[in-house]
Design a protein. Structure first.
Length: 331
């Protein structure tokens, strides 16, 4: 009887050891997988060269803020014009490269890289829509020196950044003279305020290895090219290797992944329905001939009975390409 009990006890011990070994093996495999992903993520950023501006001429400057330094380029002469690029992996002032020379012939142009993008600092902070509304407000007043009875500036903004400009214009109607909104994100799409689910989503996407892995998948060269050919440009032939390389390089500057959690979780959204109706001078809305998001964007039109609408660009959404033949004054 005692011998049988010893045999059963030995069997239980063997099973326990086997279970422990299996758990240890699982932990080792998981650790190795996470470690490999972390190394791969770090290598992608490490091998990416420093970003250089592709906007010719003018002055390279930095605007200090509480969160970090903001890069901007200033060139040309004439009335002030602010260019605000879109929000997304690899976005930067490079978006304006194809129209830069033409605009600087008529205006004093300011093209900035928003905080977290391009050559600007990319702090690990909880980015929100107010981060960018406040930044643009501060930039206009301290750098361009408009507002508060000192005059106005024109502004061209794309996609989600158009909402920040609309919000700012609604709060201070004397800040901007004329608004040009290129494929603005629809009013209804931004109507829901970020809640607890958005905050949870941002927290999950901010996880060091998981978040960076997702970011690197989205901002890979193949991911960038696919997005450009299916969402940005109606003609895939417009997308060049230079464009893909520039977006990829901009996306993988140190800290480039820090904005993505807020963007994907909806924390960068802002409702501008009321502000939109307060704008006194009618904005110019610009879309490509075949923009994929136009049905949603039509909310901008429905909220205003009369608008100056221009919808004749080669590209689907991006201002980075245009028809040849020059540009016309903003008013």
């Amino acid at each position: 009887m005692a011998k049988k009990e010893r045999i059963e006890q030995d069997a239980e011990n063997d099973a326990a050891r086997a279970g422990g070994n299996g758990l240890l093996t699982g932990l080792l495999v998981a650790g190795a997988t996470i470690g490999a992903a972390a190394l791969a993520n770090a290598f992608i950023f490490y091998k990416t060269p420093p970003l250089t501006t592709k906007l010719p001429g003018g002055e390279v400057r930095y605007f200090p803020t509480a969160e970090g330094d903001v890069f901007y380029k200033k060139a040309g002469s004439g009335p002030p014009l602010l260019l605000v690029h879109g929000i997304g992996a690899g976005c930067s002032s490079y978006e304006w490269k194809q129209v830069w020379d033409e605009l600087t012939k008529q205006y004093t142009v300011y093209a900035l890289d928003l905080l977290g993008f391009g050559k600007s600092d990319k702090p690990a902070i909880a980015y929100s829509a107010e981060t960018y509304v406040a930044l643009l407000d501060d930039f206009c007043r301290r750098v361009i020196k408009v507002g508060e009875g000192r005059g106005e500036c024109d502004v061209i903004a794309t996609s989600l950044s158009a909402a920040y400009v609309v919000a700012l214009s609604g709060r201070d109607p004397k800040l901007f003279r004329r608004l040009v909104l290129v494929c603005p994100t629809g009013i209804e799409e931004l109507a829901s305020k970020p809640g607890n689910r958005s905050e949870i989503g941002r927290t999950v996407l901010s996880a060091p290895v998981l978040g960076t892995t997702i970011y690197n998948a989205i901002s890979s060269k193949s991911g960038i090219r696919n997005y450009m050919t299916t969402r940005l440009f109606a003609q895939a032939s417009i997308v060049t290797d230079e464009m893909v390389d520039e977006y990829h390089t901009a996306a993988h500057q140190p800290g480039g992944e820090n904005v993505l959690p807020s963007f994907l979780s909806g924390m960068l959204n802002i409702c501008v329905s009321d502000e939109w109706k307060k704008i006194v001078d009618l904005p110019l809305l610009v879309w490509g001939e075949w923009p994929p998001a136009l049905p949603d964007d039509y909310y901008y039109i429905r909220r205003r009975k009369v608008l100056d609408l221009q919808s004749r660009m080669e590209s689907a959404k991006s201002p980075a390409e245009r028809r040849q033949g020059g540009s016309r004054p903003l008013r």
